[in-house]
Design a protein around this ligand. Structure first.
Ligand SMILES: C=C1C[C@]23C[C@H]1CC[C@H]2[C@@]12CCC[C@@](C)(C(=O)O1)[C@H]2[C@@H]3C(=O)O
Ligand SMILES: O=C(O)CCC(=O)C(=O)O
Ligand SMILES: [Fe+2]
Length: 351
């Protein structure tokens, strides 16, 4: 019979002295490579200076080999990074009941709660988070911080604006490494001309409280992001790991001022599999809590279809994935999770 102590609110994880059964992950067995404490190796993802004259080649290589890299000289001010980090801290430091008042509703994506992928796992993840996906976060902010409402919304808006610019710039450079430009993408062209300026994006504020048994727990289980690319600001505490077929789990050591970029599933589709999405996860820590802020970018335009770029596919094809909008992809992802790319693969590609 489940004991009453098993009913744990994610808002209070940091105060627990022992790891509840529902948060204890299996370490051995067939799926051990995906288990939290499987071997890690002494490798590291590249650190790329965006002002380097060879930036296109460097980004291209990093994407093909790793699917993830860190960037320096990215143009985002340290003040803005500090501001959004302290906004996050202010939120997560609130009492559990207060945080739950900002819980995301059944329909809405914005708000407080477990990571969306948690529905695919039997065990619980050692983290809590706040998702900002549409304007409804403003209602939560208004009731959480009536006095600082304008200031906090301002930080989010500035962050979104700056990250959007950086994400577009990275997309251009990475496409450049494949010999194409944004103008080769049908949707980018449509977006420019239709006046639909609202791109698809979400910000996720993640908090990983201190954990009594980090070896047996996981902060965020292995996944790929359903994005073109994700820009992650991790505080000076590490925890992010990326998976590479050849070597296993690789820890991304924080570099002061640098941001982490990971390639998501939509880039995988756009590049016809040439720039694959990267599996990653977050470990937790015994001594210090950790905050990370993910900017999940789905491209510049809303309801347009994303498809393999014809110049990449080439005249003789084959195009491996069918055209799909971000909303449609998210729907499939949250039905079949890690089989989502397979689910939209063309069965008998001709060209
Ligand atoms: C716009 C998005 C992208 C989502 C779903 C939706 C809102 C929240 C995003 C995240 C944020 C945390 C990791 C992830 C894997 C999750 O669980 O929720 C992301 C997911 C995805 O990339 O699929
Ligand atoms: O916290 C991290 O390091 C990873 C977060 C992440 O993967 C996500 O928000 O999608
Ligand atoms: Fe992620």
């Amino acid at each position: 019979m489940p004991s009453i102590t098993e009913e744990v609110s994610i808002g209070d994880l940091g105060s627990l002295q022992t790891l509840p059964e529902s948060f204890t992950w299996k370490l051995t067995g067939a799926d051990s490579v995906l288990s939290p404490s499987s071997e890690t190796v002494e490798e590291s993802i590249p650190l790329i200076d965006l002002s380097d004259p060879d930036v296109t080649t460097l980004l291209g290589n990093a994407c093909k080999t790793w699917g993830a890299f860190q960037i320096a000289n990215h143009g985002i001010s340290q003040k803005l990074l500090d501001d959004i980090e302290s906004l996050s801290k202010t939120f997560f430091d609130m009492p559990s009941e207060k945080k739950l008042e900002a819980a995301s509703s059944d329909k809405g994506v914005s708000g407080y709660g477990e990571p969306r992928i948690s529905l695919f796992f039997k065990k619980k993840m050692w983290s809590e988070g706040f998702t900002i996906a549409d304007g409804s976060y403003r209602n939560h902010f208004l009731s959480l911080w009536p006095h600082d409402f304008t200031k906090y919304c301002g930080i989010i808006e500035e962050y979104e604006g700056e990250m959007e610019k950086l994400a577009s710039r990275l997309l251009c450079c990475i496409l450049g490494s494949l010999g194409v430009t944004v103008d080769d993408i049908e949707w980018a062209y449509k977006a420019k001309n239709s006046g639909s300026k609202v791109g698809r994006r979400a910000i996720r504020l993640n908090h990983y409280p201190v954990c009594p048994e980090p070896e047996r727990a996981i902060g965020l289980a292995a996944h790929t992001d359903s994005t073109i690319l994700t820009i992650l600001h991790q505080s000076n505490m590490g925890g992010l790991q990326v998976f590479r077929e050849e070597c296993g789990w690789v820890t991304v050591e924080p570099v002061p001022g640098a941001l982490v970029v990971n390639i998501g599933d939509l880039f995988h589709i756009l590049s016809n599999g040439k720039i694959p999405s990267v599996i990653h996860r977050a470990r937790v820590n015994h001594n210090r809590s950790r905050i990370s802020i993910a900017y999940l970018w789905g491209g510049p335009a809303g309801d347009v279809e994303i498809r393999p770029i014809s110049k990449i596919v080439g005249p003789v094809g084959p195009s491996l994935y069918r055209p799909i909008t971000w909303n449609e992809y998210l729907r499939i992802k949250y039905q079949v999770f890690d089989k989502a790319l397979d689910a939209i693969r063309v069965v008998n590609p001709t060209n």
